[in-house]
Design a protein around this ligand. Structure first.
Ligand code: ADP
Ligand code: MG
Ligand code: MG
Length: 345
């Protein structure tokens, strides 16, 4: 068994408590990890394989299993999780990457923290959220994406990362309702000191339904990291819309769950379908009238619309979304009413 990396808090603390020298102990844990995991039920299916619940040393973990033909994808996701300073409350916690078996039995494993609420998509099917929870969850998502997008200078520094596949299925809901960003299979890193991306760039990557107009129409400058960040924000606008529909504020009933553009495109839309709706017709999901009845929902609407704006350069940044969400949480409805929710600077 070859192990890629294991920098989890768990194994670090095991190393600490055993009294052994940290790195030796870590290697020991790493070499045995895939043998130590008991695989249980399937908890998710995606593009490259399945995700199973596993038990590792008495703790539940999620194990994403890639077919051996998907080695590149496994490698990419592992590399992104290994990014220095990647760890964050709103980013799925990485435990280990491992190779199990050999020859035609080879499985590539990516082990992460397990979250029983599953994806935001799953969660919104079964649950509605109050206004406070909506804002809290939205803030968490914005914090996670802001952390990804932010380059940190210094030693150690952190590269800027664009996700490129943000959807409600790639965001998970933790037990305490914090959300975390997952599925980094299509992410790119950019280092501004070398001015380089860490993978070769290809056009139109991601989930078509969530693709920004400029990506669909191939108008985006693919050599500009900011273009990818702005496309992330567009997708996030759609996600916040999905969440907002499930919000029951002030006695108003929530709306049934709906995937963006549900009524306008087929279940697995083509580029042409999406381009027609998003670029030519410039259609965005409908904003329910009742959202105008509440100052906070009104502000939420404004944020969403500025996130999925046709012109990528006027979209809010993740930092701005984060700050505005924070303001919405801390201010009362009355004080927002007085300031007439004028500022999304
Ligand atoms: P893919 O790259 O194939 O889309 P994902 O990493 O998005 O794979 O995982 C597929 C699905 O599995 C997710 O949409 C989610 O429902 C579920 N899942 C993934 N990781 C976890 C986890 N750590 N805890 C709980 N569910 C998970
Ligand atoms: Mg996914
Ligand atoms: Mg993926």
């Amino acid at each position: 068994n070859k192990i890629e990396e294991c920098n989890s808090k768990k194994s670090q603390s095991h190393g600490g408590s055993s009294g052994e020298s940290g790195s030796n102990y870590l290697t020991m844990v790493q070499r045995t990890i895939s043998k130590q995991i008991d695989m249980e039920k399937v908890i998710g299916k995606g593009r490259y394989g399945e995700v199973r619940l596993g038990k590792w040393r008495g703790e539940k973990v999620a194990v994403k299993i890639f077919h051996s033909t998907q080695e590149k994808s496994w490698m990419r996701e592992t590399e992104v999780y290994k990014t220095v300073l990647m760890r964050h409350e709103n980013i799925l916690g990485f435990v280990a990457a491992d190779i199990k078996g050999s020859g035609s039995w080879t499985q590539l494993l990516l082990v992460t923290d397990y979250h029983s609420n599953g994806s935001l998509f799953d969660y919104l099917q079964k649950n509605t959220v109050g206004l406070d929870r909506l804002l809290f969850m939205s803030l968490g998502i914005a914090k996670g994406v802001n952390h990804l997008h932010t380059e940190i200078f210094g030693v150690p520094g952190k590269a800027c990362i664009a996700h490129r596949d943000l959807t409600s299925k790639n965001i998970l809901v933790k037990q305490d309702m914090e959300c975390c960003i997952a599925d980094f299979g299509l992410a790119v890193k950019f280092d501004s000191t070398t001015n380089k991306f860490d993978v070769p760039l290809t056009d139109r990557i991601g989930t078509k339904r969530y693709m920004a107009p400029e990506i669909l129409s191939k108008m985006a400058n693919l050599n500009d990291i900011d273009a990818y960040k702005m496309a992330d924000i567009y997708a996030l606008g759609l996600v916040l819309w999905e969440m907002s529909r499930r919000c029951n504020f002030m006695g108003e009933k929530s709306l049934p769950y709906e995937i963006p553009f549900n009524d306008l495109v087929s279940s697995d839309p083509s580029y042409e379908e999406m381009q027609h709706i998003v670029c030519t017709m410039k259609i965005r999901p409908e904003i329910p009238e009742i959202w105008q009845k509440n100052e906070k929902m009104k502000m939420m609407t404004k944020i969403i619309q500025e996130m999925w704006h046709d012109n990528p350069t006027v979209r809010l940044t993740a930092l701005r979304v984060k700050k505005t969400m924070h303001k919405l949480i801390t201010k009362t409805e009355e004080s927002l009413n007085i300031s007439n929710c004028s500022e999304i600077e």
